[in-house]
Ligand binder design. Structure first.
Ligand code: F6P
Length: 343
């Protein structure tokens, strides 16, 4: 078979491990010819391919990023985009596609599957917010990067009796903030799913410091928002999937904490450091398992599906189940898990 592979959306540690697994299994076990599309759906719209074989994949397992490149191009937002996608697939004689991506890339995949394109999706996002899979690769790495940073923030916070605000990624879902905050021993964790009250946070930090604990770590997800919109949030341009560019709530939270408590407060925005660099061993294994399962699913003809992790097993789920609704932190569960750590 001729199988096309693409990586779309924000890059993510483990993408190359998926690509390598698909290529090795496809070429060696099934005798496939793999075709790489450059920069996500853009490469399919523009008919831009990259060579993809076992030789090209040597040494990429530990490398972050994606050898295929990525973009947030949405064929449904480009003039004649879908027709161009179909023309490319015909021109390249593609029998099946393996799009690797998050809600946006796989949302496009789900629509194309409905239009008759044979494809199997692979879930990817550091945010871990895709439904129908317990985990996405990249999340474990991102959390580890955050925890390493928070550990370092603790020692400088203690030396200077400061409050340290650490802003992490998570546009709609607070999974990174929650896991990094718990593992890093944060005093406060602010997530998009649970609007925060800055006055309450300032009070709780004051109480903490009254008890003689001066170093306070506050982890805030970039998509966290104040209750009743009491703080103005930064807005920016929209991408082709309608997402605003975030980044900045940490500065606002830090400024408010300092003004309300009088404690010196500093902010660290981890940003894309969370997405770059080498995947953890866990993510390499998960990504490899997903890649192998995806090419197997292609040969089973299990099109319109996504490979997923459920109860430790790799399974196939309809793409529609994965992209219908985001997997968010449940506020009740958040309080139950996180509150005892705040005191
Ligand atoms: O979706 C993954 C993600 O890393 C989000 O957490 C973040 O909001 C977004 O991508 C950033 O996107 P970009 O790299 O396009 O600024």
């Amino acid at each position: 078979m001729r199988v096309g592979v693409l990586t779309g959306g924000g890059d993510c540690p483990g993408l190359n491990a998926v690509i390598r697994a698909v290529v090795r299994k496809g070429e060696r076990d099934f005798g496939d010819k793999l075709v790489g599309f450059a920069d996500g759906w853009r490469g399919v719209v523009e008919n831009t391919t990259l060579p993809l074989d076992v030789e090209r994949c040597r040494g990429i397992l530990p490398r972050g990023g994606t050898i295929l490149g990525s973009s947030r191009t949405n064929p449904y937002k480009v003039d004649g985009g879908v027709e161009r996608v179909l023309a490319t697939l015909k021109d390249q004689r593609i029998d099946a596609l393996i799009p690797i991506g998050g809600e946006d890339t796989l949302g496009v995949a789900a629509k194309l599957a409905d239009e008759g394109v044979d494809l199997v999706g692979v879930p990817k996002t550091i945010d871990n917010d895709l439904s129908a899979t317990e985990l996405t690769f990249g999340f474990h790495t991102a959390v580890q990067v955050c925890v390493d940073a928070i550990d370092r923030l603790h020692t400088t916070a203690e030396s200077h009796n400061r409050v340290m605000v650490c802003e992490v990624m998570g546009r709609h879902a607070g999974w990174i903030a929650l896991y990094a905050g718990i593992a890093g021993g944060a005093a406060e964790i602010l997530i998009p799913e649970e609007p925060f009250d800055i006055a309450e946070i300032a009070e709780s930090i004051k109480r903490r410091h009254d008890q003689g604990r001066y170093a306070t770590i506050v982890v805030v997800a970039e998509g966290a928002a104040p209750r009743e919109g009491s703080l103005a949030l930064q807005s920016g341009e929209l991408d082709q999937f309608g997402h605003v560019r975030l980044g900045g709530v940490g500065n606002l939270v830090a400024r408010e904490i300092e003004e309300r408590t009088g404690f010196e407060t500093r902010v660290t925005i981890l940003g894309h450091i969370q997405r770059g660099g080498t995947p953890t061993a866990f993510d390499r294994v998960l990504a490899t398992r997903f890649g192998i399962a995806a090419i197997e699913a292609v040969h089973e003809g299990a099109f319109g599906n996504m490979v997923a992790l459920q109860a430790g097993e790799i399974v196939q789920v309809p793409l529609a189940d994965a992209v219908g609704e985001l997997k968010l932190v449940k506020p009740d569960e958040f309080r139950r898990v996180a509150v005892p750590f705040f005191a």
